[in-house]
Structure formats: C-alpha cells, structure tokens
Design a protein around this ligand. Structure first.
Ligand code: NDP
Length: 454
C-alpha cells in the first residue's frame, strides 16, 4: 500500500532543525555539537533528495526513540548508602537493535549520553552490520572503588536496566569506566534476574562465556587500521613515524600496540592527570601493566623508566608527532593543540575517542590538508567487533583471533572506501568527515523511509 503524505508545512533545512534542538534541549552542549557537525554535512544531500525533508527524517533522527533515566542506589564498603543516576538512550533502531556502550564517569549526564548515542547511529550504519544506535551510563566514579563496590553498583544498575534490554532489543557494551570486569558483573546480574543465558545481550564478554577474540583490542586496532588506509591513500604508511596517543585506557592501549606493530614509534601517552614522554619509544608492556593490572596512574611509568619524562597537567599534544591519535575523551584536542600539532608537522589525525577534536580544531586540520579520520569512521572497529561477537553468539560459534582480526581489518578498509565514495559523490573528495556523515545518514534515512512514519 502506498501511503500518501500531505506536503510538509514548511521546509526544514538543517539550520531550522538545529535551532529546534537548541530550544528543545537547552544545556545539552555536547549533543548540540554532535548534531551540528552531522547536520552541516547534509545540506547537499537534502538538496539532492527533497523527500528526506518531506518525510521529516532529520527531526525524527534527532529525537531519540526512547530515553531512560533511573536511580541507582548502592551500598559502599563503609555501609553508607549512595545514589547515582543511570541513563540509557535508545536513539534509533532502523538498522537493528540499539547498540552502544555504557560509560561510568562523574561527568555523565543526559546531554553526553545523547551525543554519544547520536554519533553511534551513523557509526553503526558505516560498519555495514545490522545494528541501531544507543548509549548509556551513569555519573558513577569507579576510580578508587573496591571490586565489591563496583560489583554492587553494577548489580543495582542492571536491576533497573535489564527490563529494557534483550539480544533483539538493546545490546550494551563498555566505554569509559566500563571494561571486562564491569561487563561480567552486569551480565551475571542480567542472567540471575531473567533466568536466561542470553549471551547476545551484552558484548565485551569474557572469552570463557561468549566473548569474542579481538573485542578488547578492536577499537584501538581498528583506529590504526583506518589511519593506515588514510596514509596508503596518499602513498604513505606508518613505518618509522612518531605517534602520540592520548589516554591510556582500552582504546589508547591497543591503538598504541597496533601502531607499534606496524613500525611506528609511540612517544607519548596520557591520563587525566598528565602525560609521559619517552623519546626512545614507550615500553607498551609496562604501560599496560600499570594501567590494566595495577590500575595505576601514567606517572608511574616515569618512576620506573628513568629515561622518560612525566609532565603533570599540560597537553600531550605539545609533543611533536606525525600521527596523532586522540583516544581519551570528548573535546580534548582544541584549536591551540591543533596549531601546535600542525607546527610539529602532523600528517594524520584519527579519532579513537568520540568527538575528541573540537569543531575549530577539526576545521584547522582539514584546511591544512591533514588526513583527518572522524570518530564515527575511525573508531567504528569496536562496535563492529561487538556485532561480530553477537553473530558468534547467535551461531553458538567462536572464531579464532586471526579470523576475527582479518574481518576487523576488512571492515575498516570497507568503511574507508565508503567514506571516500560518499565524499566524492557529494562534492567533497577526500573529506572523511563529510563522507562518514553522508554515508551513515543515507543508509539510516532510506531505511526509515522503508519503515514508514514510526
Ligand atoms: P577507558 O576508561 O578505558 O580509558 C579512558 C582514558 O581516557 C583513560 O586513560 C582516562 O584517564 C582518560 N581520560 C578520561 N577522561 C579524561 C579527561 N577528561 N582528560 C584526560 N584524559 C581523560 O575508556 P575507553 O578507552 O574505552 O574510551 C576512550 C574513548 O574511546 C571514549 O571517548 C569512548 O567513548 C571511545 N570509544 C570507546 C570504545 C570502546 O570499545 N571502549 C569504542 C568506541 C569509542 P583517567 O584514568 O585519568 O580517567
């Protein structure tokens, strides 16, 4: 049956949609920033395809399908009751179940979860896999908390969230502050409450109980595969290059590892207190031991490795490099940092983190001709491997590390090609920002049209 639609009462261009978001959701600055960055790429698409405007695709895309905000009470080791706020934004399910990580960090609020969920829609579309977009988390600070406290918090969080999840409905994973330990506690509580061993309800699981090889490494590895593709497009590679990585969490550790494996020298990494520089190249096993085993601070590297230098505070982007991989958090690489990087001869920047580069910094880097890989494309390897984990769970299968890594590399190469093709088609050859936004949007928008007005 063909559904007849009345003409749209007025033309809704991207600026109108953006103004409406600002009015409707005041104070959600990160969400405004993420939406603006996508919307400004879409003008040529809307001009060529007026039916998207006619069917109000932009307005529908910018409004989450469902937003959950809930109380998370728990008891600390001293017996005191604590109360945090939990979130899950189920943004768009056009392409599949909502998919996106959980972030536990004191800065988490609804605007941050919405920015992350919005980005996730397009990122997930770019992977070519059947996953919608969502994100969640809590304003809980896991730093300094005992294992018992982390477990009780995760159990309380899942006691509320479980009713909204399911392998065909909504499938969370990790993000800042949520790694293998937290996913384990969350999965255990889901299993206990539902009495179902539903492996596909969470990703990032342990290898003994439904996890996938390479999921831990995937975001960092994928980011470096993407950088390699961008450099190869220019007839270059990573061999011998000086690399700086911000952060020293999951994404940063494995981005640094893969860059090293491909012949680069990783000279600096950071955490939220400061950064370490080691001109001879960082000992990545030592960093991994400090951050993953001891759960310590990056400054401990310079205490053990006396040839290294620790800089308290300051910006890791002051260290000259030819490849910069921001892998910590949003808006960590600003205009000043971009200028410093350009002065130091940076050739490529790829976002391992979500929206780590401010809009002005992105503009400076693109205008200077730096190969710039936006997070939607460059860090999509994590969620892509999560989707591969879901596929293995559905088939009660387990692939080897090598097979999974090859699939990840192929997916990243595919995303790179998709971005270039879309950028070329819409008059911005070589621009990965435009390419990622347009290609992700068109796929989701066309599917929303197929599904009718819902
Ligand atoms: P982790 O919690 O493992 O690591 C985060 C790292 O960033 C830590 O080193 C942390 O330092 C540092 N950091 C956090 N906040 C700040 C800050 N305000 N200033 C400086 N450093 C900071 O998180 P992930 O590695 O998982 O995530 C990092 C980024 O990658 C996030 O943007 C996330 O959304 C994105 N991402 C993650 C994916 C994944 O699979 N994990 C997938 C795709 C994107 P400290 O210990 O001092 O807090």
């Amino acid at each position: 049956m063909t559904v007849q639609h009345a003409p749209a009462p007025e033309l809704c261009l991207t600026t109108d949609v953006y103004a409406a978001i600002q009015t409707r959701d005041p104070g959600q600055s990160e969400f405004h920033q993420a939406a603006h960055e996508v919307l400004e790429s879409l003008e040529p698409v809307l001009a060529r395809h007026p039916h998207y405007t006619h069917h109000r695709i932009l307005e529908r895309l910018c409004e989450p399908e469902r937003q959950l905000v809930f109380r998370v009470p728990w008891v600390d080791d001293a017996g005191h009751v604590r109360v945090n706020r939990g979130f899950r934004v189920e943004f768009n399910s056009a392409l599949g179940p909502y998919k996106g990580g959980l972030r536990f960090h004191p800065s988490v609020n609804l605007g941050i979860v919405k920015f992350l969920g919005f980005e996730q829609i397009f990122k997930n579309a770019l992977t070519g896999l059947p996953i919608g977009g969502g994100k969640g988390g809590a304003d809980f600070d896991p730093k300094g908390r005992s294992d018992g406290e982390i477990m009780r918090f995760c159990q309380s969080f899942m006691t509320e969230l479980h009713r909204h999840l399911g392998e065909h409905t909504d499938v969370p994973a990790g993000d800042i502050g949520v790694g293998g330990r937290e996913i384990g506690y969350l999965f255990g509580q889901y299993k206990r409450i539902t009495n179902r061993y539903e492996s596909g309800v969470l990703t990032g699981k342990g290898l003994n109980w439904g996890g996938s090889h390479v999921r831990t490494e995937a975001t960092g590895y994928g980011t470096v595969y993407f950088v390699s593709e961008m450099l190869a497009e220019r007839g270059q590679d990573l061999d011998g290059r000086q690399v700086v990585v911000s952060g020293s969490g999951n994404v940063a550790l494995y981005a640094a590892r893969k860059a090293h494996e491909l012949g680069a020298k990783v000279v600096a990494m950071s955490d939220s207190d400061g950064y370490v520089v080691d001109e001879h190249g960082l000992d990545l096993d030592l960093i991994k031991d400090i951050k993953e085993v001891r759960r310590g601070r990056i400054k401990e590297y310079a205490q053990t490795m006396t040839r290294a230098r620790y800089v308290e505070g300051g910006s890791v982007w002051d260290v000259p490099c030819s490849v910069a991989l921001p892998c910590a958090t949003q808006n960590e690489l600003d205009e000043n940092a971009a200028r410093t990087l350009l002065a130091g001869g940076v050739a490529a920047v790829a976002e391992g983190a979500n929206m780590p580069t401010t809009p002005r910094a992105v503009r400076l880097l693109r205008e200077a001709g730096v190969a710039f890989g936006p997070g939607k494309a460059a860090n999509a390897g994590g969620v892509a491997t999560s989707a591969l984990e879901m596929r293995q769970n559905a088939g009660r299968d387990a692939w080897s590390f090598e097979v999974t890594d090859q699939r990840l590399a192929a997916i990243m190469a595919g995303i790179h090609t998709t971005c270039l093709t879309a950028a070329e088609a819409y008059g911005a050859p070589g621009d990965y920002v435009v390419g990622a936004n347009v290609a992700g949007f068109v796929k989701v928008a066309d599917t929303m049209l197929d599904h009718g007005v819902i």
